[in-house]
Design a protein around this ligand. Sequence first.
Ligand code: ISJ
Length: 286
Amino acid sequence: MRLAIGGIDHALVLLLGARARFAVRAGRCKARAGRPLADPEREVRVRRRVDALAHRIGLPASTAEALVTLAIADARRAQGLDREPAIAAGPTAATVQPIAAVPPVAAHAPPTGSRHAMHSTPLPPQATNTLLRLVPPPRRWAPLLRALSPRLQQRLLERAMAAVLAAPVADGSLAFMEGRRLGIDVTDLDLHWVVELRDGRLQAGDAAPEASVRGTATDLLLLASRLEDADTLFFQRRLVLTGDVELGLTARNTLDRLPWESVPLALRIGLNRGARLARAARSARA
Ligand SMILES: C=C(O[C@@H]1C=C(C(=O)O)C=C[C@H]1O)C(=O)O
């Protein structure tokens, strides 16, 4: 339980850090657009949404209020609005405080009509790149994932495999895996899973694997989503096969031949988006 609690604390800090960095970017956009930095109406909307969510999940309103007050105070400070922590002044300080410190507007104000550009204009590639760099890299998320018990990780893995591989398991294409153990090592997340087909069901276990595929979360996701092909990933040694090479290669070739259409559409979309985001964030950081 304490491991899980620690993981959640870690996530809260990561998310608050990411929120403040986004706020800094929002602040620059507002300055460029000639808009005031402080936006009390937006703050009210932010608070309302948090309040509604808290209500839905049964979190005390005062807890949600304190958290969002802290987040807004932090965002305002990160933008240079309030020098002192607004939290000290009470829960609603961030909304009711007079907005004194509106920094000077950028000299090159945009032409009129672009005041609302923040919401509608697609981001230029350079801005997208900047935003992608704000996404914490996989190794930052590792302590969080490790906070899930191995048992829970295994259950989640089994459910994911059952969804993705339902068709080949049912039609017997994975029969060669019966009683065999295949490892998946996600290096940057420090996760190690072992998969076995037992009585026609893919199960995750603890026994030593006979063969393993090793790679970063992003490369494994690129393989699973078929955005990059196995040959390229193995040839460039971004994915590495160890142990019983024959078992590993058979598994790889079978998965390669699987009809992608047999994977439920929602999952294909989810895998594709996740893999694209991970790849884009990785190249933005490079
Ligand atoms: C981050 C922004 O700047 C300020 C901080 C806000 C927040 O923390 O949610 C909301 C409005 C602004 O007063 C923003 O404009 O979105």
